[in-house]
Design a protein around this ligand. Structure first.
Ligand SMILES: Nc1ncnc2c1ncn2[C@@H]1O[C@H](COP(=O)(O)OP(=O)(O)OP(=O)(O)O)[C@@H](O)[C@H]1O
Ligand SMILES: [Mg+2]
Length: 546
C-alpha cells in the first residue's frame, strides 16, 4: 500500500495514563491473518477471538496512508472509503467503536462536520483529512444505505448471518473500481454460503483469496489458560459418550489442558453449539448417516498384525461393487479394517478368486460375515476357499434391522479405547504421559472406497431423493455409497449376536456393553484378552502381509 502497515501498527504512542504503548499488538492468530497478503480473507472464528479488534486495526494504517495521499486524492476528486457491514448496526458498531477510540487516542483530527457517531440513527462515520478518508458502519438491514460508493475495502462482521446476495450484488461490485479488499469474519452458521466461501477461499488455486478458521481459545487476552486443540476434541468426545459428566470432571480425570473459561462454555453450551460458537466448526451434518465419522480421526495406515484375530466382512454385488473387508480385532476390542476389495461386475466365483488372488484371505482368517439373504453366493465362496486350502467359514446371524447395524457402526466410531501402538511408544519416551486413545473402529488409508463411503453415505434430504416407498422411507438411508458400511454392519451384527447368546441368550446386552466386551469379554476367556491364542487363531501363519 505504499506505506508499511507495521511501521504504523508497531509505532508507539503515549496513552491516557502517560504510558508508552504500541498502536496494536496482535496476538498470534491475529498476526497470522494480518500478515497474509490476500485481497479477500475469510475468517470463521469462535466468539471473543478478537475479530472486531483486529478489523479496526486493519483500518488504522489506511487512515495514515490517506493523509499521505490527501492532496493527490483531492486533485483527482477521489477518496479512500471503507465500510464495516454487519447484520445490524449493533454488529458493525463494535469494530467501528474500536477504530473511533483508537483514532481519538492517537490524536487524529476528525473532520467536523463529517464525523458522526450514533448507533440509534445508524449515523456512524469517521471522516479524516478533509474527507480523503471515510469509514462508515453499515447495516444489512438498511439495504438502501448499501448502494453506490466505490470502496477501497470492506469488512463484513458476522458475515455468516448475512445474506449472500448482500455480498454478491450490493458489496462486491463496489470493490471493482479501486481493486478494493474484503475481510469476512464470523462464527459459523452451519453449512451455508459462508461455509462455501471459506471452503473456496482455502483452495490452493483460488488466487487472491485465503481463509483461516480460528477457535476462541486462540485469544490469550480473554482465555488466559493454555488450551490444546486435541484436548478440546477429546473433551467433546467424552462428553458426547458420557452426558452425565461435567466438562470439569472430564478435564480433571483425563488431565486435559483446557482454559477454565473454555471449560465453562463446554459445560454450559450443547456440544453442537460449543463446536460452532467456540471451536468455529461448521457443524451441519444434516443427512450424513455417520456424522461421527471423521477422516482425520478414523483413518491411518494400518498393517496386518499377526497377533490379532482376523475376520472378513462381505457385501455381495453384481452390477454394484462386491465388497470384501479384511478386519482385525485387537486384544482390547480394537477393530481395524486393514484392507478392502471393492469391485463391480463380479460373479460369486470370480469374486472368490479375486479375493485369493489379491491375498485378502490370510490363513489366520477363520470366519467371514456375509449377507444372509444370499446363501448361494456364500456357498460358492466357501467351496472355492476350501479348495484353496483355507478353513474359513461363513458366520450366521448377520441380518436383522438395518438401523440396528448402523447403530453398532456408530458406536464403534464413537467409542474410544487405549491406543496400545501409540501409547507404548509414548510410554518409552515420557513415562508420565497419559495413554493415547483411539476410536474403537479404525480404517486403513489403503481402503479408499470405504473411507469415501463412510463420509458419503446419506439419508434422503429432499423429496425427489426418496428411492423406496415404504412407511420407513424417512429413516432409511439412500441405497448409494452403502456397500462397505453394509459389509461392516454384517460383521458387527454377527459378533453382536454371538456375544448376546453368550450372555445367556435371553438377557439382552446393550450395544455399549457389547463393544466393551468385544475383545476381552468372550466366554471362556475371563479377563484374558481374546483374539490372541485360543480357537480363533490359526496355527499356521498366513503369508499375507500388509
Ligand atoms: N490484540 C489484542 N490485544 C489485547 N486485547 C485484545 C486483542 N484482541 C482482542 N482483545 C480483547 O479480546 C476481547 C474480545 O475481542 P473482540 O471484541 O474484538 O472479539 P470478537 O471476536 O469480535 O468478539 P465477539 O464474538 O463478541 O464479537 C476484547 O476484550 C478485546 O479487547
Ligand atoms: Mg465482534
Amino acid at each position: 500500500m505504499g506505506l508499511s502497515k507495521w511501521s504504523i501498527l508497531d509505532a508507539e504512542y503515549t496513552d491516557e495514563r502517560g504510558e508508552k504503548r504500541r498502536v496494536f499488538e496482535p496476538h498470534e492468530a491475529q498476526l497470522r491473518v494480518m500478515e497474509d497478503p490476500s485481497r479477500m480473507k475469510v475468517l470463521p472464528c469462535g466468539r471473543r477471538l478478537g475479530k472486531s479488534n483486529m478489523e479496526a486495526h486493519e483500518l488504522i494504517p489506511y487512515a495514515f496512508l490517506a493523509r499521505k495521499r490527501a492532496n493527490w486524492l483531492k486533485s483527482e476528486g477521489k477518496r479512500m472509503e471503507y465500510w464495516i457491514v454487519g447484520p445490524e448496526y449493533a454488529d458493525s458498531e463494535k469494530a467501528f467503536r474500536v477504530f473511533y477510540d483508537k483514532c481519538s487516542k492517537l490524536g487524529m483530527p476528525f473532520d467536523r462536520p463529517g464525523t458522526y457517531y450514533s448507533v440509534q440513527t445508524g449515523d456512524m462515520v469517521v471522516s479524516l483529512w478533509d474527507g480523503a478518508f471515510i469509514l462508515q458502519a453499515k447495516s444489512e438491514n438498511r439495504p438502501n444505505s448499501l448502494v453506490g460508493e466505490a470502496l477501497s475495502g470492506v469488512i463484513l462482521d458476522e458475515a455468516a448471518k448475512m445474506k449472500q446476495i448482500t455480498w454478491d450484488q450490493l458489496i462486491r461490485p463496489t470493490l471493482a473500481d479501486f481493486g478494493g479488499w474484503a475481510i469476512f469474519t464470523s462464527t459459523p452458521e452451519g453449512k451455508n454460503w459462508f461455509y462455501k466461501l471459506y471452503m473456496d477461499s482455502i483452495q490452493p488455486n483460488n488466487e487472491g483469496w485465503n481463509g483461516f478458521r480460528i477457535p476462541s481459545w486462540k485469544n490469550p487476552h480473554v482465555f488466559r489458560g493454555k488450551t490444546e486443540d486435541a484436548d478440546v476434541k477429546r473433551l467433546l468426545q467424552i462428553m458426547n459418550e458420557h452426558p452425565e459428566l461435567s466438562s470439569f470432571e472430564v478435564i480433571r480425570s483425563e488431565g486435559l489442558v483446557i482454559d477454565k473459561e473454555i471449560a465453562q462454555m463446554a459445560n454450559d453450551l450443547t456440544i453442537p453449539m460449543f463446536q460452532q460458537e467456540v471451536a468455529a466448526d461448521f457443524t451441519d451434518f444434516v443427512g450424513k448417516v455417520f456424522k461421527e465419522f471423521d477422516e482425520e480421526t478414523h483413518t491411518r495406515l494400518i498393517r496386518y498384525n499377526p497377533a490379532w484375530e482376523t475376520v472378513a466382512a462381505v457385501d455381495y454385488g453384481y452390477r454394484n461393487p462386491s465388497v470384501w473387508l479384511l478386519i482385525q480385532i485387537g486384544p482390547w476390542g480394537e477393530i481395524n479394517v486393514i484392507d478392502e476389495l471393492y469391485q463391480e461386475n463380479l460373479a460369486p466365483d470370480e469374486f472368490a478368486h479375486e479375493i485369493l488372488r489379491r491375498e485378502l484371505l490370510p490363513d489366520s482368517c477363520t470366519e467371514f460375515f456375509p449377507d444372509p439373504a444370499s446363501p448361494g453366493d456364500t456357498a460358492v465362496l466357501e467351496n472355492i476357499f476350501r479348495r484353496a486350502g483355507k478353513r474359513v467359514k461363513a458366520r450366521p446371524h448377520t441380518g436383522g434391522e438395518l438401523s440396528n447395524r448402523l447403530n453398532l457402526i456408530r458406536l464403534a466410531l464413537k467409542n474410544r479405547v487405549t491406543d496400545t501402538e501409540l501409547s507404548s511408544e509414548q510410554w518409552k519416551s515420557h513415562p508420565t504421559a497419559q495413554d493415547r486413545m483411539r476410536p474403537r473402529l479404525m480404517i486403513s488409508t489403503k481402503c479408499v472406497n470405504m473411507i469415501y463411503e463412510m463420509g458419503q453415505y446419506r439419508y434422503p434430504e429432499k423429496k425427489n431423493e426418496q428411492v423406496e416407498v415404504s412407511t420407513k422411507r424417512f429413516e432409511l438411508p439412500l441405497k448409494k455409497d452403502d456397500h462397505t458400511p453394509e459389509a461392516l454392519g454384517r460383521f458387527l451384527a454377527g459378533r453382536y449376536h454371538s456375544a448376546a447368546s453368550q450372555h445367556g441368550g435371553t438377557t439382552k446386552i446393550s450395544h455399549a456393553k457389547f463393544l466393551r466386551g468385544l475383545g476381552k469379554d468372550k466366554v471362556g476367556y475371563g479377563t484374558e484378552p481374546a483374539g490372541i491364542g485360543g480357537r480363533h487363531t490359526g496355527k499356521r501363519r498366513g503369508a499375507w502381509m500388509g
